[in-house]
Design a protein around this ligand. Structure first.
Ligand code: ADP
Length: 487
């Protein structure tokens, strides 16, 4: 069933008015019926009192002269009063002197006459009265009246009241239909317009209202609000246009800068890498003594030149890599390959550097690993970087490379017993050019780009790199890659 609060304003107003009318009608009709009920009795006794008065005074002479016939004649006149059932005249000794009994009601006894009474019994009213002549009691008169018509009269009153009641309700309904119209129409119009605005997004629509009451105030506030929203919207649109123009300009500028950066990087690649490769190559030749013998000091100095050149080349290569990744110009070339072979080669190539620092470098590869479908060269680059870091940041102990499959993912863990990384630094090590400053003993060579490149490459291969570490204990860098068959 619909709840009252879910009804429309129109129905709410009508039902409130109908309920009020209903309540008032019930109240007044009840009072009317109640008074009708009691008035009937009052009227009956008034009539009986008048009748006994007349009959009593008409019977005085008959009583005085013991003329029963005359008294009977007087009572006979009651025949015309249809509701009079019995009437008895008693002499001063309370003996029956004359009586009138309607057919079917004969022989009714009023009992002993000693006081004047007035009783409403079951289906009748009884009134007894003294008959007085010159202040002397000469007899009694008793009258019994049929009260069954009272019920009929009451029913008639109920019937009439009901008809009035229904007529009243219909009238109230019709009146309230008209009376609520100005209120419900205004609110309905307001709600309808609000919905129309919501659907169309057109804030130029306005609601019209001539009323000066609260609804009028509501409508004018609503219109003011619409005006403000409309102005605000126009202002916003203007701002969007302006900002779009600015953004377009910024985008063009950024594209130009990107273009310049690419051109710069391309030329750097060529202009710097070519001479650096020559330097490295020629210092190598010199160091091998192919251009004549070198003194110990010359060899040492040349070694330093070669080392610095190699470092510079590494740095340039890293910068080129990261800029390619960031500009999205890097391509991955997936192929199927055996990961264990790749790992063994990477570990073997770096083992001499580990051993040079007195570290053990070993691998632990699960047997029966599935073939991996990925970019072999990029994965190798990641692994070399992680193992290199492990060697770089470990002074004693060992480095283990574990490889295993767990729930459709291939894990390659590079575990070291090095200096470790604090929790705070773990948040930044994958950012570009980040190197942790841990004090005097931490002057290690590097660009701060290795981990940033590795992580981005891992993501390009649909994987990731995770790290757990404890300062002074060691670190574990894990490359996690999905084990997928050929795409
Ligand atoms: P870098 O060229 O300096 O090695 P990376 O991006 O590879 O640059 O590493 C960023 C920083 O993360 C390093 O400078 C180092 O402080 C820290 N780091 C990387 N790997 C390790 C590791 N295995 N043990 C301890 N610290 C490490």
């Amino acid at each position: 069933m619909t709840k009252f609060q879910d009804l429309s304003i129109k129905l709410k107003l009508i039902s409130i008015q109908l309920f009020t009318t209903l309540f008032i009608l019930v109240f007044f009709v009840s009072i009317y019926l109640f008074s009708q009920y009691h008035q009937y009795e009052r009227r009956a006794f008034t009539r009986m009192s008048t009748l006994t008065e007349i009959l009593g005074s008409n019977s005085i002479s008959a009583l005085l002269f013991f003329d029963n016939d005359a008294a009977n004649d007087v009572l006979e006149s009651l025949d015309t009063q249809a509701d009079v059932l019995n009437a008895v005249v008693y002499d001063h000794n309370s003996e029956v002197f004359a009586r009138f009994d309607r057919k079917g009601y004969t022989g009714y006894s009023f009992g002993l006459m000693n006081t004047e009474t007035k009783t409403a019994g079951d289906g009748h009213f009884i009134l007894t009265k003294k008959i007085v002549f010159d202040d002397l009691k000469v007899g009694w008169i008793a009258l019994r009246l049929d009260s069954s018509t009272r019920r009929l009269e009451l029913l008639e009153a109920v019937r009439q009241s009901f008809m009035l009641f229904v007529a009243g309700l219909i009238l109230a309904g019709l009146l309230s239909l008209r009376a609520q119209k100005p209120i419900s129409d205004s609110i309905g119009k307001l709600a309808e317009t609000a919905k129309q605005i919501e659907d169309s997004g057109d804030y130029t629509i306005r609601v019209k209202s001539n009323s000066r009451d609260e609804i009028g105030l509501l409508v004018s506030s609503f219109n003011d609000m619409l005006e403000k929203i409309h102005n605000h919207e126009q202002h916003l649109e203007q701002l969007v246009v302006e900002r779009t123009v600015e953004l377009e300009a910024a985008k063009t500028k950024a594209e130009e800068s990107d273009h310049l950066k690419s051109a710069f990087l391309a030329s750097m690649s060529h202009e710097l890498r070519t001479p650096l490769n020559s330097i490295i190559g020629f210092t190598g030749i010199l160091l091998q003594g192919m251009a004549g013998p070198l003194s110990e000091e010359q060899a040492k100095q040349l070694g330093m030149v070669k080392g610095s050149a190699s470092h510079l080349l590494e740095l340039i290569n890293d910068i080129l890599d990261i800029s390619k990744i960031e500009s999205g110009r890097i391509q991955v070339y997936d192929e199927a390959f055996k990961i264990d072979l790749l790992l063994v080669m990477a570990v073997s190539s770096l083992r001499p550097f580990a051993e040079k620092k007195g570290l053990r470098l070993r691998h632990n590869i699960e047997t029966d690993l599935p073939k991996l479908y990925s970019d072999k060269r990029r994965l190798e680059q990641i692994l070399l970087n992680l193992i290199n870091n492990a060697i770089k940041f470990t002074d004693e102990g060992e480095i283990i490379v574990n490889c295993y499959v767990n729930e459709d993912f291939l894990y390659i863990d590079v575990i070291d017993t090095g200096i470790g990384i604090s929790e705070k630094d773990l948040e930044t090590i994958f950012e570009t050019f980040r190197q942790i400053d841990t004090g005097l003993d931490r002057v290690k060579e590097g660009s701060g780009l290795g981990l940033a490149i590795s992580k981005k490459l891992a993501e390009l291969l649909s994987g990731t790199i995770k790290v757990v570490s404890e300062p002074g204990v060691g670190s574990t860098f894990s490359v996690v890659l999905p084990v997928t068959s050929e795409k």
